[in-house]
Design a protein around this ligand. Sequence first.
Ligand SMILES: Cc1cc2nc3c(=O)[nH]c(=O)nc-3n(C[C@H](O)[C@H](O)[C@H](O)COP(=O)(O)OP(=O)(O)OC[C@H]3O[C@@H](n4cnc5c(N)ncnc54)[C@H](O)[C@@H]3O)c2cc1C
Length: 465
Amino acid sequence: MPPTHHLHDTPDLFALSDINGPVLRPGEDGYAEEVTGFNLAALHTPDVVIGATDGADVATAMRWATATGTPVAVQATGHGANFPMDRGLLINTARMTDVHIDPARRTATIAAGAKWRHVLEAAAPHGLAALTGTSTDTGAVGYTVGGGLPVLGRAYGYATDHVRSFQVVTPDGTLHETDAANEPELFWALRGGKGNVGIVTQLVCDLLPLSRLLGGGIYVPGDQAKALLTAWAQWTPTVPQEMCSAFTLLRLPPIPQIPEPLRGGFWARVAIAWTGAPEDGERLIAPIRAAAPVAVDTVEEMDYTALDRIHLEPQDPLPARESCLLLRDLPPDAIRAFLDEVGPEAPDCPLLMVEIRHMGGALSRPAPTEDAICARDATYLLETVGVLEAPPAAEAIERATRDLHAAMTPYSTGHTMVNIHGTPGDEEDRARPWTPEVYAHLRHAKSVYDPSNLLRFGHTVSPAA
Ligand SMILES: Cc1cc2nc3c(=O)[nH]c(=O)nc-3n(C[C@H](O)[C@H](O)[C@H](O)COP(=O)(O)OP(=O)(O)OC[C@H]3O[C@@H](n4cnc5c(N)ncnc54)[C@H](O)[C@@H]3O)c2cc1C
């Protein structure tokens, strides 16, 4: 690894004076707002933050970083901020929110800082939709470079399967246009390899002719978790690939942002998203509704732009710790192990949310153009979220997460998804979203595009020797 440069040693920021957005150092007005994102668990303290207004600002900042050997990170929303960046240059893309819809080609051109919400709002008037995840507050680009596991994944595949091209600035400051035919190695690494090889300034993706769906949550009291999970686990292998669902345990705090009667309660839920004929969807979910006494049922026909209602993810910034593990199957033993750790018999469980998402379907078909996603063999994805507001303390969340992973490891593929991996640990842990072959390939791509490892914060890999 090259020596770390602190800007205290290289104070000349003159080269950054070409940047149209703000260039701020610690202590200056606006610095705190510029570095703070959605996940308050990671407090970034870079030596300098720039508020990029366009691709040229990103390229100028990258050229300066290369010239001065300064490490770089990028942030759009801070939803994926699982590492505190303690030096270097932070490029904030939050001002770059342009979205252009081409209704004839059915594509969206999305700038680096646009949230999925911006894309859905722009696409909806044309009867088109994009493959967002469970919260439309996340950044479209950060989500997509990590593979992008959509709510409608079983029906339509990963978000990256629908990307046509990227514009990306590599650490040498060069702007590249890449697609399946142009610089295919770069195109490969940007689809599932996360922010390892450059900073994407915009992407073009295909949209779906979709404006309505059947979606929502079927909630039962938490003490009915076993009945609901058992029914869901038996049901999932029987449904068509277009049926998208997740089982979730929610220990909700008594805060006004959570609607009554869910506020402050312990719930088991099956979230549903179905884009086929509503009556077929209603018929298919009947066994889930019959599994246990339903307390709240929000499944209804809705506009695609209301997708946030399905998973009810928090919309306000909070300090969160997340984790995930891909599962091969979910036999009765696995259900027992899962409930022992986080079910009603574990009343002190400090995790706000523990979810098992149904994978398979279009998430298992090969990528249209080879990419770096290694989750296609998974049947389920286990995900946890803990909120660090005391109590519970971080240690309790970490212990509960570790114990749950240990209990579920016999049923796992051994891999994670980089988007939902949580705080990256040592090299072995960082490698977990990928097979050994794909990890080696990604390290090779890193050695080509970022040989000095300037993009070293967050879930990055080191360049191959
Ligand atoms: C409530 C919630 C729900 C979520 N649901 C899903 C889901 O359903 N499916 C799913 O796949 N993920 C999901 N995620 C994870 C999410 O996709 C990642 O956190 C993703 O990194 C968010 O991107 P961002 O730009 O919003 O975050 P940021 O914190 O701004 O960025 C995170 C990372 O993304 C990369 N990145 C961001 N911008 C760029 C860029 N311009 N060029 C290159 N790399 C970049 C960098 O590695 C950066 O460190 C969820 C996260 C939250 C908090």
